[in-house]
Design a protein. Structure first.
Length: 287
């Protein structure tokens, strides 16, 4: 028995086996699947959550030699009660997300990306973790979005949303807003010169993870509360759509109403991937 990842092409092309189990198979592209299939003599098992509106795996359903096994968390007798509650709570987060990860059903094609956002006038007194997402613009607005997380709930406040700002203008506004020099600021790395200026100004600026689909899934996996003064962010989140081709909905967002949405995604990806729960050591604004 051998375990290997598919990050190296030689691992895909240079090995043969009788039986292959592909974990999280929807993360593998069709060409990689073909290479693995060519080198497997007996059978393949593919496990995955059906989170894509369309995927090449779905075409395998039509082949007579394919057997589809549909299972859910209820088939796992070893799950802890806390994890079962977390899965079942997805019903309150996003209906589509609940269908995928609780019921094991295919994603429902809908053009709206986010459907679970709520307005709020109050924030918790403290957060487990917090950061800022920053998407640079000029003709498009520069969006600076605060993201706080507590009990797997996201709280969002728009700190800046303005076009035609120079780097110096933006730095002055960060100071006027009162952004702490300690809080992580996740930035669009396509503008490294601005990130460098922010660092020279003492801000904790760093490159964001810009993975689009994973970032959107991260936002969708938690309850989302947007402060009622964040009008531009609220407008964007409600108008953020998937691209379509005929009747098919593609897993790619339309490049409009996405400045605050990108900044939001940067912040959420940071909190979900690189932070464990801890008491916050700073608070940078007063509501």
């Amino acid at each position: 028995m051998e375990f290997f990842s598919v990050d190296d092409e030689q691992k895909i092309r240079g090995r043969r086996r009788d039986v292959l189990w592909m974990n999280e198979a929807n993360e593998i592209n069709f060409d990689e699947f073909q290479q693995l299939n060519f080198r497997t003599t007996d059978k393949l098992f593919l496990d995955f959550n059906p989170s894509d509106n369309y995927h090449w795996i779905y075409d395998l359903y039509l082949k007579p030699e394919t057997i589809k096994i549909h299972s859910t968390y209820k088939d796992n007798p070893f799950l802890e009660k806390s994890l079962i509650k977390e899965i079942e709570d997805l019903m309150n987060v996003d209906e589509n997300y609940y269908k995928i990860y609780a019921l094991g059903e295919n994603a429902i094609p809908k053009s709206s990306i986010y459907t679970h956002q709520k307005l709020t006038s109050t924030f918790p007194d403290k957060f487990d973790n917090e950061c800022i997402g920053c998407d640079f613009g000029y003709n498009h607005p520069t969006a600076i979005i605060y993201v706080g997380m507590v009990d797997n709930k996201l709280y969002v406040k728009e700190m800046l949303y303005e076009s035609y700002l120079t780097t110096n203008d933006m730095m002055l506004k960060l100071n006027d807003i009162g952004v702490s020099k300690n809080i992580p600021i996740l930035c669009d790395y396509s503008r490294p010169e601005i990130i460098q200026e922010m660092k020279r100004g003492g801000y904790n600026a760093m490159n964001a993870d810009k993975t689009v689909k994973e970032g959107i899934d991260a936002v969708k996996s938690s309850e989302l509360y947007i402060h009622n003064e964040s009008l531009n962010t609220w407008k964007e989140v409600n108008n953020y759509k998937w691209k379509t081709s005929g009747d098919k909905i593609l897993d790619e967002p339309v490049k409009i109403f996405d400045d605050a949405c990108d900044a939001l995604r940067y912040g959420v990806m940071y909190l979900k991937k690189f932070h464990t729960r801890s008491s916050p050591s700073f608070s940078f604004f007063t509501l």
